[in-house]
Structures are given as structure tokens and as C-alpha cells.
Ligand binder design. Sequence first.
Ligand code: NAD
Length: 339
Amino acid sequence: MRVLISGGAGYIGSHTAVLLAGAGHEVEIVDNLVNAKPTVLPRIEQLAGTTIPLHVLDLCDREATDALVAAGNYDAVIHFAGLKAVGESVERPLDYYDNNLNSTISLVRAMGAHGVRRLVFSSSATVYGDAAQPPLMEKLPTSATNPYGWTKVMIEQVLRDVAAADNSWRIALLRYFNPIGAHPSGDIGEDPQGIPNNLVPYIAQVAVGRREFLNVWGNDYPTADGTGERDYIHVMDLAAGHVAALEKLDEIGRPVNMWNLGTGKPASVLQVLAAFSAAVGRDLPYRVMARRPGDVPTSYADPHLAEIELDWRADRTLDQMCADTWRWQSQNPTGYPDA
Ligand SMILES: NC(=O)c1ccc[n+]([C@@H]2O[C@H](COP(=O)([O-])OP(=O)(O)OC[C@H]3O[C@@H](n4cnc5c(N)ncnc54)[C@H](O)[C@@H]3O)[C@@H](O)[C@H]2O)c1
């Protein structure tokens, strides 16, 4: 297939581009580089062993997006592009609703206009809100606790409505749990700008000396060691989930599908810290702080639907996730070079 990857210069998109090209698909990337650097491109191409064109444009620009899709002759789109920082979305809600909703509407309009009706969308476990009890299953109602999460809930609804109006669409709403890790080469990985919002990039920066210590937000949760538990999934397994979803969309034949991509096995903050320390070969410093408002004790997927329907499974271990993150971070202590 000829596949357009939106947001393909970012963390998950870059890994998916490598895997998809490796599986024999023709890949192009569109990204406005708001949260990525162009220096990722030669690395993606090297790992993929092929050329991958990068179109630098803002998907909110309807004319430019339409022109791209009109000329591209694509069979499918994987839509990663979006803003993703929860805290920032609380401070700047309009930027999040504007960017995430309008880029999606512009892209889906262009796809509809030019006969491209296979779409894989980056949703998130955040659409389960904070009230549901894990393991979280696809049939649960959706909700959110912050503007970022609402953009995912709303985009899912927009896409369900699009598929209801025209049942020739084949759409996958992939609900990711907590992606971490990096390509095993250490050449590409997660490169957060500013203070990392997520646990593992933060620990990785402690390990290379860019941060002093890890803040552990609460150790009095009703979990095995008192710290919060999440379902961490290796980004290469996550990327493979996209390839599987794309390749199964036609065979499954439903206009719209929701699939969790997770391992179903939660790990605590202290377990992740121990696994990362083992990868680095020394104990990493941390301090226990008060709980953060809004954090739930435990969240993990019921991954069975994706396992059965996509014949896919996330089986890389937490140790692999930490070892691969560490390889990337130690080889690239300050992330990708500037252009
Ligand atoms: N990383 C996670 O923990 C996680 C979890 C669940 C869901 N997701 C979702 O997966 C997707 C990819 O996440 P990621 O971690 O790779 O993020 P990322 O920020 O690394 O990648 C997103 C890319 O989209 C680009 N982009 C943003 N707005 C754009 C626009 N208007 N036009 C063109 N490009 C635009 C950015 O420059 C960036 O390269 C996002 O939609 C995110 O919400 C991520």
C-alpha cells in the first residue's frame, strides 16, 4: 500500500514508518515539525532502507492538505499528528481543540474527496476517563478529564459519524496505553522538548544527568508497592499494531473498529525505576512527593480484542523497553541534533 503517515516525524510515527517501510509498504510523511526535528528523517530512511518523502505542512491548512492528498495516490493514512501534552492542554485548551480537531477534519475531508478511505487513528487509553475499573475494555463508555483527552473522545466520535454516513470507510481507532522504549538500534526514540511529561523520558534524563532526581508522585496508593501502576508498551510493539491494523482493515470489513494496544500487565513507578536502573547499571535517585491530583492508582488494558482480531501481541518486556530507551538516550543525550 501507499501510506501517508501524519505526524510521522514524531515519536510513534517515526517507529511506525520504519516498520511499515520494512514490511514493503511505500511510505510518505506529513508533519509541520511543531514537536519534531527534520534530522529524524535520514535516520528513519537509513533504518527503513529506502527513501521516505517528508511533506512539511500544517494539516489545519485545508488547501495544502487537499493538494497533498490529491497528488499522493495514497491507499491509506495513519494519523498520528496532534498535540499531546495533558498539562499544556489544560493551560491552552483552544490550541488543543483547534489543532487536533481541525487537522483531523481537514485530513479526513481531503481523504473523502480523493477516494482514500482507510484510516488508522492514534487514540488513547485516556478516552476511558478515570472512573472505569481496569482491565479496560473497548466496549466501555468514553469520557475524559482534560482537554487533550476530550480531543481524542471527540475525534473518535467524528470518525464514527463519518463511517456511519459512508460505510465504505475502514477506520481503526487505536487506543494506546503507555508507549515507551525505542528502536533497538538506538538511532530513533522519544525526544521530548522541555521537561518530560512522562515517566520514562524523565528517568532517562535523570540517567544522563540532565535532571537531578525522579519525583515519585505518591507511594500510598492501593497497589503492591504503593506507587501508581500503568500498562507500558514497547513502541516497536505499538508500531507493529499499526501495521497489523492497516493490513487487516479490509479483511475485517467493519467501517469502524476500536482496539486497545497494551500488554494487559501493569508495572509500578518503582518497578520501572528498578528496570531502568538495571539497564543503566546503577541506582537512579528519586524522591517521594505528594500524590498528583487526577492520577488513578492503576490503569491497564484488556488487550484480547486486538490479539484475536489483529493476530498481534505486545510481548517485549519491561526490561527490553528500558534497555532500548537507555540505548537511545545514552547515544543521543540531548536528543536529535538541530537541523
Ligand atoms: N506518546 C504517548 O504517550 C501517546 C499515548 C496515547 C496516544 N498518543 C497519540 O499518538 C500520537 C503520536 O504521539 P507521539 O508520542 O508520537 O507524539 P509526537 O508529538 O512525537 O508526534 C506528533 C507529531 O505530530 C506533528 N503535528 C502536530 N500537529 C500537527 C499539525 N497540525 N500538522 C502536521 N503535523 C502536526 C508534530 O510535529 C509531531 O511530530 C498523538 O496523536 C498522540 O496524542 C500518544
